[in-house]
Design a binder for this molecule. Structure first.
Ligand code: AMP
Ligand code: MG
Length: 311
């Protein structure tokens, strides 16, 4: 997934060998990568992307599960979130092969845009299968697969009777119970600053998942403008609004991951509206000339207390 992970466990149940557990976690993550990574040429998803057939293709249930959740979020966001955005992601140089840090030509953008449409990707669940209604669709699950991985690790831990844990893959987290000091887990929300790490808020949590999407880690600059890895499928261009980061709390990390990206694509107004309408607990950090302005949804307000602010 092109990122790191960390897993913290408090109070390993008797009879659980930490080395053996670590081994099964690594096996699980390697396996997820071999299904849905676009960075691995031989992953199931890469093979599906290279296969230009418009017939049903049998897939693993893991792939079908993630695509099903992705399509749900595409419907909710009216296509702002769209995992068929891959050809645009690649064109802009944010895919597995880093081709460019320059703005593509308008012609190239129009061409790649043609290949983007989540409605042309069909799912069948029994048995799991996917079908492209356009052979050159390119599916990129980077906006949601990390969250899926986090949930799978959490499920594995719970199956071993582990009830105090925090799982983090590249900043997407899921946690339960209490931390090493016997109190709630402390989750920091970063200020959306490029090149430095500063805490905006700390939240005390005992259950659930949290994911953040931002424009401040993966981007390139040209002529004083920032071009980020979050692409608006309807324009074919990276987002240009002033919403810098979105943090979503949810029961599962997969949902939080997907929704955070969806809200970020939609921007400060429409993204906030979606979050309110769908009763999503979200915190939006919006760039202003005077620093970041925060907006939190009603569902966030009624469920979480904002901890210490760095300012
Ligand atoms: P995240 O960090 O979870 O917000 O995911 C960002 C990644 O999702 C990007 O690096 C792209 O690979 C992919 N992506 C970019 N734009 C979109 C979009 N509109 N819908 C779905 N995935 C996207
Ligand atoms: Mg995401």
């Amino acid at each position: 997934m092109g990122t790191g992970y960390s897993i913290k466990i408090v109070g390993l149940p008797a009879g659980i060998d930490s080395k053996a557990l670590e081994h099964s976690i690594i096996k699980l993550l390697v396996n997820i990568n071999s299904v849905m990574s676009t960075y691995q040429q031989d992953s199931e998803l890469s093979r599906f992307n290279r296969n230009h057939s418009t017939q049903w293709v049998a897939v693993s249930s893991a792939l079908a599960t993630v695509v099903t959740e992705a399509q749900k979020i595409s419907q909710l966001s009216q296509g702002a979130f769209d995992v068929t955005v891959g050809s645009l992601v690649n064109l802009w140089g944010f895919g597995p092969v880093h081709l460019t840090s320059e703005i593509p030509s308008l012609h190239q953008i129009e061409q790649a845009k043609e290949q983007v449409n989540f409605n042309l990707l069909k799912i069948r669940s029994l048995p799991p299968a996917l079908k492209k209604e356009r052979g050159d669709l390119y599916v990129d699950l980077s906006a949601i697969a990390k969250g899926y991985g986090v949930d799978q690790v959490a499920t594995l831990l719970e199956s071993q009777g582990i009830n105090n844990y925090l799982v983090d893959i590249g900043g997407e987290e899921r946690l339960k119970g209490y931390g090493p000091k016997g109190t709630a887990w402390r989750v920091a929300i970063e200020q959306p600053l490029a090149g430095e790490r500063k805490v905006a808020h700390i939240l005390d949590l005992t259950v659930g998942a949290v994911a953040t999407s931002g424009d401040y880690r993966n981007y390139f600059d040209q002529n004083g403008k920032r071009y980020s890895h979050i692409i608006n499928p309807s324009t074919g261009w990276p987002i240009t609004h002033n919403l810098a980061s979105v943090t979503v709390f949810s029961a599962t990390a997969m949902e939080a991951d997907g929704l955070a990206t969806a809200i970020l694509v939609l921007g400060p107004e429409q993204g906030f509206q979606l979050a309110e309408r769908e009763q999503i607990a979200a915190l939006l950090l919006i760039k202003t000339p005077a620093g970041f302005r925060e907006e939190v949804t009603t569902h966030f307000m009624s469920n979480f207390l904002l901890g210490k602010s760095a300012e």
